[in-house]
Design a protein around this ligand. Structure first.
Ligand SMILES: Cc1ncc(COP(=O)(O)O)c(C=O)c1O
Length: 415
C-alpha cells in the first residue's frame, strides 16, 4: 500500500476474543452523515441509546451511557470517579484483566488488595465473600469473563455480600455483555463497564457503562463543574475533584441528562454504531442471543474434540464465548495462526502471560458467531495442523459440528 491509495481492508473471518466482525448494519450506520451534538435528533439518539444500554445490562439505572474510548476507558472512568486516594479496593485476580483492574485502581491512588487464583480457574464465590469480610474494601472489582483464560467468574452471590458489607461492587463485563447473561440489578452490581468490539459486534472505541445511585452518591460529593461553563447554581465542592477531566462521571451525568451541559464532543459516528448494535441485540432478544452463542460454542467444541485436540477450558467455569485449545506438543502456535490467516483469511488468537504459546483462543462472539465462521475456523485449523504434521484426526471436525447444528435444528422443529 502507498500513501496515495485508500486503505481497503481484506475480508477476514475473525474468530478471536475481540475485535470481532462488526454487524453489517453497524457498518452502515457508521457511514451516516454527521449531525451536531445538540441537534434534537442527536440528543434523542443519546436518550434512546441510554435505554438500550439499560436493556443490555438488565438495569433500571438512570446513569447508563457510553464513554468514548475502549473498554478500559469505561473501567477507568468508573474507578477514577469512584476511588478517593487511600480507598481500599479488593481485586480478585484470575487472569490478565484482573491485573488491569488492580493497576487502574493503583493509579487512582487506591490501597489495592488482591487475591489470586491460578490462571485457568476461577474463585469459589465464598472465597471472594470471605475476602470482602476480612479486608473490608470500599470497592470490590471483578472481571466477569476473563478472555485471557476463557473462564467466567460466577457472580450470583458476590454483589449481595458486598452490599451487606458496605462495599461497592464493580464489574468488568467487557467479554460477556451481549453474549452471556448479565443481570446488573439482580446481582447487586453497583457499577459496570463493557466494550463494543466483542459480543456487541461494533467497532472498538466505545464503552457502555452503568452505575446506580449508591455509586453516584460516592462520587458526586466531589463534583466540580468545569470553570468556563460553571453557573452560580453549581456548588463548589470542598473535596478534591475527580482527578481526570475526561473520565469525570460527575460531570458526564450533566452531559447525559436534560441539562446537556457540554463536556467533550460526543463521538457522533460511534454513537450511531452503538445505537444500531444495541438495537440489533434488542431485536434479536437477549435470551435468543445467549442461546445462539451457546450453540456455536457447542459446535466448536465438538469440532475441536473430533480433531483429537484438548479443550483447555472445558469445565464448569468456561466462558461460553471463548474456547481455548491446548497447542499440541512440538507445534509452533504462532506458525499455525499465521498459516490460518495467510491461507484462509481466518484469525484466531494466542494468549498472555503463563498461557502464551500454550493455548489458542477461539472466540465466537456477536456477528462472528455464525455457522459458516465455525466451519471456516475448524477447516482452517485442521488444515494448518495437518500441514505442520501435528497428530490431528482429519475429516471429522466439520461433521461433528454439523451434527450439533442438525440436532439443534431438529429439536427446535419439534418444539
Ligand atoms: C475482560 C477484558 N477486560 C478489559 C479489556 C480491555 O479492553 P480494551 O482493549 O477495549 O480497552 C479486554 C480486552 O480484551 C478484556 O477482554
Amino acid at each position: 500500500m502507498t500513501m496515495n491509495q485508500s486503505f481497503i481492508p481484506p475480508k477476514r473471518t475473525i474468530m478471536t476474543p475481540g475485535p470481532v466482525e462488526a454487524d453489517p448494519r453497524v457498518l452502515q450506520a457508521l457511514s451516516s452523515p454527521i449531525i451536531g451534538q445538540f441537534d434534537p435528533m442527536f440528543t434523542d439518539l443519546m436518550n434512546q441509546t441510554m435505554k438500550l444500554v439499560r436493556n443490555l445490562y438488565q438495569t433500571d439505572n438512570e446513569w447508563s451511557f457510553p464513554i468514548d474510548g475502549t473498554s478500559r476507558a469505561g473501567m477507568e472512568a468508573l474507578m477514577v470517579s469512584l476511588i478517593e486516594p487511600g480507598d481500599r479496593v479488593l481485586v480478585p485476580i484470575y487472569g490478565r484483566f484482573g491485573y488491569l483492574l488492580a493497576e487502574i485502581a493503583e493509579r487512582c491512588g487506591a490501597d489495592v488488595r488482591i487475591i489470586e487464583t491460578e490462571w485457568g480457574s476461577v474463585f469459589e464465590e465464598r472465597t471472594i465473600i470471605q475476602a470482602v469480610h476480612d479486608i473490608n474494601p470500599v470497592i470490590t472489582a471483578v472481571v466477569h469473563g476473563e478472555t485471557s483464560t476463557g473462564c467466567m467468574q460466577p457472580l450470583l452471590k458476590t454483589g449481595a455480600a458486598c452490599r451487606e458489607h458496605g462495599s461497592l461492587f464493580l464489574v468488568d463485563a467487557t467479554a460477556t455483555i451481549g453474549g452471556v447473561e448479565f443481570r446488573m440489578d439482580d446481582w447487586y452490581v453497583d457499577a459496570v463497564a463493557g466494550g463494543t468490539q466483542k459480543c456487541i459486534s461494533g467497532p472498538s472505541g466505545t464503552s457502555p457503562v452503568s452505575f446506580n445511585s449508591r455509586a453516584a452518591a460516592k462520587m458526586n460529593p466531589r463534583k466540580q463543574v468545569e470553570r468556563g461553563i460553571r453557573t452560580e447554581h453549581d456548588a463548589e465542592s470542598e473535596a478534591p475533584p475527580v482527578r481526570s477531566n475526561y473520565f469525570d462521571l460527575t460531570q458526564l451525568q450533566d452531559y447525559w441528562s436534560p441539562r446537556r451541559l457540554n463536556h467533550h464532543t460526543e463521538a457522533t459516528s460511534m454513537l450511531y454504531a452503538l445505537y444500531e448494535a444495541l438495537r440489533v441485540i434488542q431485536t434479536e432478544g437477549l435470551e435468543e442471543r445467549f442461546s445462539r452463542h451457546l450453540l456455536h460454542e457447542e459446535a466448536i467444541i465438538a469440532g475441536v474434540k473430533a480433531m483429537g485436540l484438548e479443550v483447555y477450558n472445558n469445565h464448569e467455569a468456561k466462558l461460553p464465548v471463548v474456547t481455548c485449545i491446548r497447542v499440541p506438543e512440538g507445534i509452533d502456535e504462532e506458525a499455525v495462526r499465521q498459516l490460518m490467516l495467510d491461507e484462509f483469511g481466518v484469525e484466531i488468537a494466542s494468549s498472555f502471560g503463563p498461557l502464551k504459546g500454550m493455548i489458542w483462543r477461539i472466540g465466537s462472539m456477536g456477528y462472528s458467531a455464525r455457522k459458516e465462521n465455525v466451519y471456516h475456523v475448524l477447516f482452517a485449523l485442521e488444515s494448518a495442523l495437518s500441514f505442520f504434521e501435528a497428530p490431528v484426526i482429519t475429516g471429522r471436525a466439520a461433521a461433528a459440528a454439523m451434527e450439533v447444528y442438525r440436532h439443534a435444528a431438529a429439536a427446535s422443529l419439534s418444539r
